[in-house]
Ligand binder design. Structure first.
Ligand code: ADP
Length: 250
């Protein structure tokens, strides 16, 4: 059925840096509409995998199929257009622009390719504004619309990055350590945000905060030394002796 189908199918993905195998034969299947976490000790290859999926790096071998299309050889911009988007990919946040203006610029960039100008007709600006307000409300930033982005507290800045990412209308979001640097009081709010983002979208995240991983993830893939060590629910992988060893052995 559609509910169970695989939106991202990674087969035997490998990346070598010179003689060093950073990622070796990684298989990963992400179900449409799920929240899937990629975890593992430092140096496991998580960041390299994300870079391969979004083509910041070219794979040495293996295939990546997204939404039924082989994207292994496609450039980064085309992959984003197909709806597979990494959280910080477009979100250079402009500190002097307001929160609302930042989101509007991101929407304009989507509509106009990579360039944008502020001098469009009143009519199209109005349409951009409507969509920008929607994105802000989706990430809980409506009250900050007129605040310069540079003055946002850290946790709200991450929410703004996500709002500008949503401006690309992604089917699937890759979130890079969304809890990194978060104050304790932000963690619950960003968790709730991720959960709400997953309605109608698929999320793959790298995250070190294991209680957040446990709470949010439908499925978890554990990497160690560039290979898949275990895959399953949080309960399953957290009881796996190989996973415990990999975390303790670092
Ligand atoms: P993680 O994100 O799980 O901490 P990384 O993907 O960053 O792991 O790194 C996996 C391994 O690949 C590490 O041993 C790292 O030193 C190595 N590595 C990552 N990028 C490069 C690179 N550009 N050149 C050489 N080695 C790299």
């Amino acid at each position: 059925s559609n509910r169970d189908d695989i939106i991202l199918n990674v087969d035997k993905l490998s990346k070598r840096f010179g003689g060093f195998a950073a990622v070796t034969g990684v298989d990963l299947k992400v179900r449409r509409g799920s929240i899937h976490a990629l975890i593992g000790p430092n140096g496991a290859g998580k960041t390299t995998c994300f870079n391969l999926l979004t083509k910041f790096l070219q794979p040495t071998s293996g295939t990546i199929v997204f939404d039924g299309r082989d994207i292994t050889r496609l450039p980064a911009a085309e992959i984003a257009q197909l709806g597979l988007v990494r959280s910080f990919q477009i979100s250079a946040v402009f500190p002097r622009l307001t929160v609302l203006e930042n989101v509007r610029v991101a929407i304009q960039r989507r509509q106009r390719g990579d360039s944008f100008d502020f001098w469009r007709s009143e009519r199209s600006l109005h349409a951009y504004d409507l969509e920008a307000w929607e994105r802000l409300s989706e990430v809980g930033l409506s009250d900050y619309a007129h605040v310069p982005a540079g003055e946002l507290p850290y946790g709200r800045k991450r929410a703004l990055e996500i709002a500008t990412t949503l401006a690309l209308d992604p089917q699937m979001l890759l979130l890079d350590e969304p809890m990194a640097g978060m104050a304790h009081e932000d963690v619950g709010r960003i968790s709730a945000l991720i959960r709400s983002l997953s309605a109608g979208r698929t999320i793959l995240m790298v995250e070190h905060n294991l209680s957040v991983v446990a709470e949010l993830s439908d499925r978890i893939t554990v990497l160690a030394r560039g290979q898949v060590l275990a895959e399953g629910s949080y309960d399953e992988v957290s009881k796996d002796p190989r996973v415990i060893d990999a975390y303790i052995g670092v």
